[in-house]
Design a protein around this ligand. Structure first.
Ligand code: HEC
Ligand code: HEC
Ligand code: HEC
Ligand code: HEC
Ligand code: HEC
Ligand code: HEC
Ligand code: HEC
Ligand code: HEC
Ligand code: HEC
Ligand code: HEC
Ligand code: HEC
Ligand code: HEC
Ligand code: HEC
Length: 447
């Protein structure tokens, strides 16, 4: 037989043998004993010869260097038989022999991937080479989901784009890390590396505590969810899941502000960060006008109440709810007639002096006096007292002293004509004849 004849015969026999034994033994390996392997390895022109393992060379986009150089014995050792293919059952140790940097990282890491704990590198890498970078056995995404069922991991209809693209490695280290779930970065940093528009928010005056403490995943599912925002739970339950006290507080109020009751917290608050206190989405009054455009009406009135002008709506209204009408923070009677009791006007007395309504005679406590007779007390401080609302419009009005142009009486609105004089004023209120008062020259209204 010629040389080519011999080599043809050898090749054919070896291929046949390989196929037969591979079929017969499965992953048990080609050789049952060290001797068989040693004999094989000493065969014609080494392992990577045209005769047998030519397939390990050339036809892959990426080949492992020790395979290229024909150092099969670097990994396939006679001692290891009859283990699979003569590969030591401790693959991690095998690879670590050359990949010291990775092994160092594994040793320094708290969280190591399951397959590596099983010392199994080749479930992801083809140890000889493949058409994918890093000799991966499958494309990244399908590699991971071959063990982690997608249906369990991202069941939501709205899948986060990098997850959908199979870019698991942008968030997870495939081997190990010191962050739970082997994340590539901690907390919010994991997310803001891509969500750059949020970086500027992280240095705002007010940053919501969980962004710093738990990162973005305190609220968002990183993989999928029922809507684009992929919140971990229904929006109306999300905020209460941490703010239990706020839920109790709102629950106890007899008058609940509708959006707070419904859990529409983000109508007013940013879940992330803000330049405004309490993470408000804007200046307090602007937030309110978002739904109460009509209460902007005061801007057209000539005489405007200080705190309203300052946009401080919540000094009087509790944005979440209260036990008072109009979700007022403190007591303020709504009816026209109301018997006087201490504490009934606490809302106004937050800023105005009580003397204004309780001192019988005064030259300082109020301008609403006839000589030294306190007309505030006269109207307010009695069994059938008038509330402040009977005369004043709390937000604003077109009359000096923010006196109303009409006052609500039962179901009717009764007109009220008020004018100031140099040292007092005159009033035709619809409930009694014209009356006047003067601080310097006391008016005698009985004449
Ligand atoms: C870096 C270590 C390493 C080197 C170097 C290496 N192998 Fe392997 N080889 C393995 C591992 C690990 C397996 C088991 C693969 C598995 O678990 O699927 C294997 C399996 C095999 C198999 C059986 C399964 C298959 O993929 O066909 C053959 C044949 C084989 N190697 C031949 C070679 C030859 C020939 C060389 C030298 C050209 C070589 N190996 C070099 C690690 C290596
Ligand atoms: C005999 C030494 C040796 C052994 C054993 C070895 N490798 Fe390698 N490996 C190399 C060399 C050399 C390179 C090419 C240089 C480099 O990129 O580090 C390489 C490259 C790689 C790469 C590609 C790295 C890149 O940056 O592209 C992967 C993945 C890899 N090896 C995985 C393994 C796995 C898995 C094992 C164990 C089954 C293993 N290696 C065992 C020497 C070895
Ligand atoms: C769960 C799949 C998986 C397992 C198991 C796995 N790797 Fe990797 N490995 C990857 C992926 C994916 C990459 C691509 C780089 C990346 O995403 O960081 C990679 C990259 C590498 C690299 C090149 C980059 C680097 O980090 O140095 C080496 C070397 C490597 N792996 C070796 C190993 C060794 C050794 C083992 C076993 C101890 C192993 N791998 C186990 C998936 C895996
Ligand atoms: C060969 C099967 C296999 C493959 C492939 C695989 N994993 Fe895993 N993975 C496991 C096992 C086993 C565990 C540990 C058991 C568990 O937590 O369920 C695990 C755990 C995890 C965990 C949870 C870790 C923790 O601390 O909670 C993450 C995250 C993960 N894998 C991500 C990936 C990513 C990303 C890929 C693709 C690069 C991948 N896995 C590929 C088998 C696999
Ligand atoms: C945008 C970043 C990101 C991407 C992309 C991503 N993950 Fe995750 N993954 C996370 C975070 C964060 C956690 C931890 C969740 C937690 O702590 O609530 C996690 C947890 C996990 C877990 C463990 C928890 C569990 O539910 O079992 C697995 C497994 C996992 N991811 C696999 C994957 C796979 C597979 C992919 C690619 C298809 C992927 N991840 C893509 C961020 C990501
Ligand atoms: C690898 C880059 C990347 C990383 C890392 C990343 N994202 Fe994304 N994210 C995207 C892309 C791309 C979109 C789709 C952009 C779009 O549709 O506007 C998106 C969309 C979102 C959306 C929906 C926004 C919308 O309006 O549709 C949310 C919420 C989100 N990501 C949260 C997170 C969180 C939380 C993390 C960290 C666990 C994170 N992202 C990490 C790339 C990333
Ligand atoms: C306290 C819970 C919470 C935390 C923590 C949180 N988010 Fe959100 N996020 C939400 C809510 C609620 C929405 C929906 C907002 C809305 O519709 O008004 C949202 C919406 C988004 C959106 C889409 C709409 C937009 O505003 O652009 C992105 C993107 C987003 N979040 C990313 C992040 C990132 C990145 C982090 C971490 C830096 C993070 N989130 C942390 C609750 C949170
Ligand atoms: C993961 C837990 C968590 C979730 C979910 C959460 N918060 Fe918070 N929130 C906190 C912590 C912690 C603080 C800081 C301590 C405190 O003030 O109670 C805080 C503070 C606040 C503050 C006060 C900020 C300040 O400057 O006084 C507001 C307002 C707020 N959260 C609104 C919300 C809203 C709205 C949601 C729903 C989108 C929400 N929170 C969801 C944990 C959470
Ligand atoms: C109508 C707008 C609005 C809605 C809706 C709203 N808030 Fe507020 N919230 C505010 C304002 C304004 C403040 C600032 C406190 C102040 O001015 O007295 C605040 C303050 C807070 C604070 C910090 C101070 C405090 O009172 O404890 C928390 C926490 C808070 N809100 C949580 C929530 C939660 C949770 C929800 C959803 C149930 C919610 N808010 C709904 C407007 C609102
Ligand atoms: C997301 C929309 C929304 C925002 C923002 C909002 N409100 Fe309201 N508010 C409502 C709804 C809905 C009602 C109940 C409808 C009604 O009775 O007219 C209401 C009712 C009220 C009432 C009357 C309560 C009662 O018992 O009759 C007052 C007062 C009020 N809001 C003040 C405010 C203030 C102050 C702010 C800003 C801190 C604000 N609202 C922001 C939706 C909103
Ligand atoms: C000085 C206390 C005070 C301030 C500040 C204040 N309010 Fe009022 N608001 C009241 C009182 C009292 C009522 C009850 C109705 C009345 O007496 O006319 C009321 C009623 C309302 C009502 C229900 C009105 C209706 O006719 O149904 C809304 C809405 C309202 N205020 C919004 C606001 C907004 C928005 C701001 C900030 C721009 C604001 N309030 C500032 C005291 C105040
Ligand atoms: C947060 C503080 C604050 C609260 C609460 C408050 N006020 Fe005032 N009030 C002021 C300030 C400041 C002025 C002086 C500036 C101005 O004229 O608006 C004022 C002025 C007035 C004036 C005089 C207007 C004029 O033109 O002479 C009346 C009337 C008035 N308040 C009525 C009330 C009533 C009624 C209440 C209770 C519902 C009340 N205020 C609650 C701060 C407050
Ligand atoms: C019978 C009508 C009437 C009632 C009721 C009334 N006021 Fe007045 N108030 C006036 C008039 C008129 C002035 C203007 C006095 C002046 O400047 O000449 C005034 C002025 C004021 C002023 C400006 C400072 C001052 O005392 O001159 C405040 C503040 C005020 N009222 C608060 C209240 C409060 C709070 C209540 C309810 C407890 C109330 N008023 C009830 C008619 C009334």
């Amino acid at each position: 037989m010629s040389r080519t004849g011999v080599s043809f015969f050898l090749t054919a026999t070896l291929i046949a043998l390989c196929v037969v034994s591979a079929r017969g033994q499965g992953r048990q390996g080609l050789f049952q004993t060290a001797e068989e392997f040693t004999a094989h390895a000493r065969g014609q022109e080494g392992c990577v010869s045209v005769e047998c393992h030519a397939g390990f060379l050339g036809d892959r986009a990426f080949s492992h260097e020790p395979v290229m150089t024909g150092s099969c014995e670097g990994c396939h050792e006679a001692q290891a038989y009859p283990d699979s293919f003569g590969i030591s059952s401790d693959q991690r140790a095998l690879c670590a022999g050359c990949h010291k940097a990775l092994e160092g990282k594994l040793q320094d890491s708290q969280f190591i991937h399951g397959p590596i704990l099983n010392s199994d590198c080749s479930s992801c890498h083809d140890p000889h080479g493949s058409d994918r970078p890093f000799f991966l056995r499958q494309d990244y995404g399908s590699l991971c989901t071959s063990c982690h069922a997608a249906a369990r991991l991202f069941p939501g209809e709205f899948v986060h784009q990098p997850v959908n693209d199979g870019n698991c490695g942008l968030c997870h280290d495939p081997h190990a890390s010191n962050i739970k779930a082997r994340l590539t970065d901690a907390g919010a940093n994991l997310c803001i590396s891509c969500h750059e528009d949020m970086v500027s928010g992280m240095v705002m005056e007010y940053v919501h505590a969980p962004l710093i403490e738990t990162g973005c995943t305190g609220c968002h599912d990183p993989h999928s969810g029922r809507d684009r925002n992929r919140l971990k739970m229904p929006r109306e339950a999300l905020c209460f899941s941490c703010h239990e006290l706020k839920e109790q507080e709102i629950g106890q109020y007899s008058k609940k502000h509708v959006p707070a009751e419904k859990g529409e917290c983000t109508a007013c608050h940013s879940p992330h960060f803000s330049e405004f206190r309490a993470l408000l989405k804007g200046k307090t009054d602007e937030v309110c006008y978002g739904c109460h455009e009509e209460s902007r009406e005061w801007e057209k009135r000539r005489f405007q109440h200080g705190p309203v002008v300052q946009g401080d709506c919540t000094v009087c209204h509790n944005p979440h709810g209260s036990d008072n009408t109009f979700i007022l923070r403190l007591a303020f009677p709504h009816k026209f007639y109301t018997s006087y009791e201490k504490g009934k006007y606490s809302l106004c007395l937050l800023c105005h002096k009580e003397a204004m309504i309780i001192e019988e005679k005064t030259e300082t406590a109020t301008n609403f006096r006839n000589g030294d007779i306190n007309l505030h007390r006269l109207h307010v401080h009695q069994e059938k007292g008038r509330s402040c609302r009977a005369c004043h419009d709390v937000h604003a009005s077109d009359h000096e002293g923010r006196i109303r142009d009409e006052f609500p009486f039962g179901t009717a609105n009764i007109p009220m004509i008020f004018s100031k004089t140099e040292n007092g004023g005159r009033c035709i209120p619809g409930c009694h004849r014209e009356r006047g008062y003067d601080r310097v020259n006391k008016v005698d209204n009985n004449r």
